[in-house]
Design a protein around this ligand. Structure first.
Ligand SMILES: [Zn+2]
Length: 285
């Protein structure tokens, strides 16, 4: 009896190993679309800026790809690459914050969750910030706040428009109240941009939530979003528990927010550059 019992698990193990091998061989080459559940060759997807060629669903792109998409020739100059968080609270969760930062910096080759750059969009010089959601969820701490504030100051000095592309889980927990203070700091700087009559276009991408939605992401002269992006302040479960009601279908997605007056437009990624170009022509003339 004992022989059979030992044989069976051994038989079961065989196909598992085969599956494992098969998975390793194709890993990274194919991607399943969240929209249509179809498998697409990853290279085709990337060539289409991560927009599914079959159904048009938008998968996330990183900050570097975002800048390549929007700026002429994919060329830009970066600013404030040397800024680093000082870990003011000495915060420790599952690991010390300074270790988490170092790991993220190595993985993304960025100092923090944002790239601040200058380039031209259809020939027009702009200041642009693109958030990096892979860096601690694109969370906003002191460095992200300072980089955006400095980008606004450069826009004021050079009298150029500003574009900020958000992709963020909100304020960075590990920097506590210092993260929250960035909301006021950036908002005040944007007010000066407004007084100088320089346009600011906010592009909300998947996901834009928390303190980022509650500050600069919603303060654009135009607030435009990519299709199907998750945009909100608190998560749906918290809201349901607070108001004791079931939330409607598609709640906190771009299209729903546009319908309810929270956004000015939903613009597909492949049309984003020409849309912003036209908008700036309208604002600046
Ligand atoms: Zn698809």
């Amino acid at each position: 009896m004992s022989w059979f019992k030992r044989d069976k698990p051994a038989d079961e193990k065989l196909p598992k190993v085969e599956n494992g091998e098969r998975r390793v061989r194709t890993e990274g080459l194919w991607q399943k679309c969240e929209g249509c559940r179809q498998i697409t060759w990853k290279k085709n997807l990337e060539a289409n800026w991560n927009v599914c060629p079959k159904c048009g669903a938008h998968s996330r792109i990183d900050a570097v790809t975002r800048l390549k998409l929007l700026l002429d020739g994919g060329e830009y100059v970066q600013f404030d690459t040397g800024l680093r968080s000082s870990d003011p609270l000495g915060f420790v969760d599952s690991k010390p914050y300074h270790e988490r930062l170092r790991g993220m910096q190595q993985a993304t080759h960025l100092g923090d969750a944002l790239i601040s750059a200058a380039g031209t969009l259809d020939g027009r010089p702009i200041q642009i910030c693109a958030m990096e959601s892979r860096f601690i969820g694109g969370s906003m701490g002191s460095v992200v706040g300072e980089m955006i504030a400095r980008a606004i100051e450069r826009a004021l000095e050079r009298r150029t428009p500003l574009v900020i592309v958000s992709a963020s889980g909100g304020a960075r927990m590990q920097e506590g109240a210092i993260s929250l203070m960035q909301m006021a700091k950036i908002s005040a700087a944007l007010m000066r941009l407004d007084e100088a009559r320089l346009p600011y276009i906010s592009v909300l991408t998947d996901p834009t939530t928390g303190g980022v939605t509650a500050s600069f992401a919603m303060l654009g002269d135009l607030n435009i979003a990519e299709p199907g992006a998750l945009i909100g302040f608190a998560g749906p479960r918290v809201i349901e528990q607070t108001i004791r009601q079931k939330l409607p279908e598609g709640f906190q997605r771009s299209e729903f927010l546009l319908k309810h007056g929270m956004l000015d437009a939903v613009v597909p990624r492949l049309e984003l550059k020409s849309y912003i170009s036209r908008a700036l022509k309208f604002f600046v003339a």
